[in-house]
Design a protein around this ligand. Structure first.
Ligand SMILES: [Cu+2]
Length: 252
């Protein structure tokens, strides 16, 4: 008798739990909020988290970073284009001893769309290397609301934005130096512009990724979703059993 009721409850939880845990499945339902987990490129040891909220043509973006070279400017941008993904963490390129330079992964994260400078720095793509306007600490918190074009706002809201933080001390000298020149600006050492960390801005809620899970690169969006789903189902399952136990106590 007891077994049968438990089985019935388990079945109903499975039926009810799945759609509930999946939540709002529409990509339009995330309220324009996105997050990105930044992981290292070029063995930089850097990591970070970004949050963005798209409201009309305003993009409010916050960024927290760790593990970057301290005392050196870190150009940081929202890139759009290519496959809208980050390169794999161990991807190599044409730089110093196989270091990945910015252009080596352009077909993955696209071009600079928004320059995440500090106030009152300019935020257009053409200001992507205004080095004096970027944070210059090893770990920092950054926050700014930036007006972008309507097209860019839509692309970012749709999950096409990739946050890239630049500046890697390959040789451990404590500053940007070395003979390899930047692929973006020959006046700069490549260390000043090589990508240090990258993260894909994806819808913050548990909505299904637009057009399915992206492939290629180090995308983790497809991994978080089933985990959250499993936890949601588990929580509902436990809740259902708790309710069952309470009912039993009440009737006994
Ligand atoms: Cu960039």
């Amino acid at each position: 008798m007891r077994k049968t009721r438990l089985a019935a409850i388990a079945a109903s939880v499975a039926l009810v739990g799945l759609p509930l845990a999946a939540g709002p499945a529409s990509a339009d339902d995330h309220g324009g909020e996105l997050t990105a987990e930044l992981s290292q490129l070029n063995d930089s040891g850097a990591s970070g988290t970004a949050w963005a909220k798209v409201d009309g043509t305003n993009v409010e973006i916050s960024l927290e970073t760790q593990g970057l070279l301290d005392g050196a400017p870190h150009a940081q941008h929202i890139h759009i284009g290519g496959q809208n993904v980050c390169p794999a963490n161990d991807q190599e390129g044409n730089g110093f001893e196989g270091a990945l330079q910015v252009s080596d992964a352009a077909d993955q994260y696209g071009a600079v769309a928004v320059s995440l400078t500090k106030e009152p720095g300019m935020t257009g793509a053409e200001h992507g290397l205004d080095v004096a306007d970027f944070p210059a600490e090893g770990s920092y918190s950054y926050s700014r609301t930036i007006e972008v074009s309507e097209e860019m706002a839509q692309q970012i809201a749709a999950g096409d934005g990739v946050v890239v933080v630049h500046g890697v001390d390959h040789d451990g000298s404590g500053k940007y130096d070395g003979d390899t020149k930047s692929d973006l600006d020959p006046e700069l050492p490549s260390e000043a512009t090589d990508p240090a960390a990258c993260g894909e801005l994806n819808a913050a809620q548990m909505s299904m990724p637009h057009g399915g899970v992206e492939t290629g690169g180090a995308n983790t969006a497809g991994i978080e979703y089933p985990t959250a789903l499993a936890f949601g189902t588990l929580a509902l399952g436990l809740g259902g059993l708790g309710l069952f136990a309470a009912r039993r106590r009440a009737t006994n």
